[in-house]
Design a binder for this molecule. Structure first.
Ligand code: AMP
Length: 221
């Protein structure tokens, strides 16, 4: 089963993907996480990607598709998080899957209003040691600014700063939102209200994906 998670930055894709992939036994592939690792390791790809990421721009499609292609393994059920982000990437993913006799089964759009997104992103923090994510309001660490798991000092992602968030939202609207129509035309788009308690959203997503796995009809109309 191939699942694409769509949604604006801050819609909860990453958090939901971690939970869902472990519940459903899917392989979580987040291009943003891979890129941050490449930047940290100062690889050639990381050095090229860094400037785009810091400005909230998209890393060029060719680099992203090569990066995904080199990691894709046949026969694996993927939960795609933050990829595809452009129509060229979506077409590229279809082509990569086609040679492995696979297709995208469902694209789920997590819907969250803009004002909620800005509020959510502005409280985000992460641990540079173990990668755990926190939020000042919804998921605070036990001790302010310190990771519960490894006691390292928490940081704010450079692209979560307010001025960059605005650009990321603009880029999302221009480049990524057209994918809603792309998957709608294929008849595989499902919408989930992401503006609710985390667990309620996870429960709905899990039910939806279980149905897709059983081959049941999940879309209206
Ligand atoms: P994310 O963690 O998904 O919000 O991604 C962080 C940043 O990495 C984005 O703002 C982009 O600069 C870059 N990025 C991640 N995934 C992609 C992708 N599929 N295409 C282009 N750029 C990406």
């Amino acid at each position: 089963m191939q699942v694409v998670l769509l949604g604006p930055p801050g819609s909860g894709k990453g958090t939901q993907a971690v939970e869902l992939s472990s519940r459903l036994g899917l392989f979580h592939l987040a291009t943003g996480d891979i890129l941050r690792q490449e930047v940290k390791n100062q690889t050639a790809l990381g050095q090229e990607a860094k400037a785009f990421m810091e400005k909230g721009e998209l890393v060029p499609d060719k680099l992203i598709l090569a990066m995904v292609s080199s990691r894709l393994e046949s026969g694996r059920d993927y939960l795609w998080d933050g990829f595809p982000r452009t129509e060229e990437q979506a077409v590229g993913l279809d082509a990569l899957l086609a040679v492995r006799s696979s297709v995208v089964d469902i694209a789920v759009l997590l819907e969250v209003p803009d004002e909620v997104i800005v509020e959510r992103i502005s409280g985000r923090m992460f641990c540079p040691g173990c990668g755990a994510n926190y939020h000042r309001q919804s998921k605070p660490p036990k001790k302010a600014g310190i990771c519960d798991q490894c006691a390292k000092g928490l940081q704010v992602r450079p692209d979560d700063r307010a001025e960059v968030v605005e650009n990321r939202l603009r880029v999302y609207r221009e480049r990524t939102e057209p994918l809603v129509l792309f998957y709608e035309k294929k008849g595989i788009l499902a919408r989930v209200d992401g503006n609710r308690a985390l667990q309620a959203v996870t429960a709905d997503l899990a039910t939806l994906l279980e149905k897709v796995r059983r081959g049941q009809k999940v879309l209206n109309g």
